[in-house]
Ligand binder design. Sequence first.
Ligand code: AHR
Length: 324
Amino acid sequence: MNRRTLMGAAAMVAALSVTGLALAQDLPPLEQKDSYKVGFAQTESNNPWRIAQTKSFEDTAATCGWDLVMTDAGGSAAKQVADVESMIAQGIDVLFLPPREESPLIPAVMRAKAAGIPVFLVDRSVDPAVAEAGRDYVTFLGSDFIDQGRRVAEWVIANHDGEGRIIQLEGTTGSSPANDRKKGFDDAIAADSRFTILESRSGDFARDEGRRVMETLLQAHPDVNIVYAHNDEMAIGAIQALEAAGRVPGQDVLVVSIDGTRDALQAIIDGKMGVTVESSPFFGPLACETMKKYAAGETIEPWVQVEDRIFTQENAAENLEGAY
Ligand code: AHR
């Protein structure tokens, strides 16, 4: 059980003790019907992961009876809030939302709920101390980001000989995957005294920013021999920076990451990356199934967890074809 589960469970027990069965009734109901006007407010479309996630919703629309209203916030939490407000005004039945950052999107979640629209958070979550699944939104569909960071650290501990001097490229500041992937990794790596985190800085989950940050940090820490990136795009950017500086990723610097994109699997096959822990972007079918269960009045758990694989030299090639 991780931080979010614990906080969510504690908050729910407290709320139940005060309100009794009123908790579930607080959520807007969803009528059972053949088609729904569905809002999907994407955060940005600057990487293969986001593009695959959007496509998964588009592909699911026809089979799930969705009339999709889609927006792209272009990397701005303020724009994503405005996008949700526009969807509310357009009369959507349901909102699927990957909140770009944990706090700024909470008012949008609350406004959708106040307008009678059930909200399903997909892939990213909001601050669990402020907004709760089962009360403010229906559920969170997504991976265990703390566990992803922990699994990367455990792979590094098991596969790196000698001292490890680590640069960490964090995801978007204030986002749930950046917060949790850092926590999971930092806690696990601290258990082995061979490892030191030299510096940890945001590359905003973007390839170019990851490359730029890596160029800067490489000058400050030329003794780095491990790079942990919170997503594959930043890992690829870091590899570009390392190679431009005459370093040899996979030989003198171990690069490890999270997502499972095609480029990352290819980098593993080429010996430039050690591992990527999967974070699946294919949410469409799960979103459809969960929405239908909710409309049918079934109990929805506060967290519908996605299980993730791990890709290494042993299985990267066989998974390349299905990668995005
Ligand atoms: O929220 C999931 C993260 O967001 C993915 O790891 C990343 O690639 C994306 O931008």
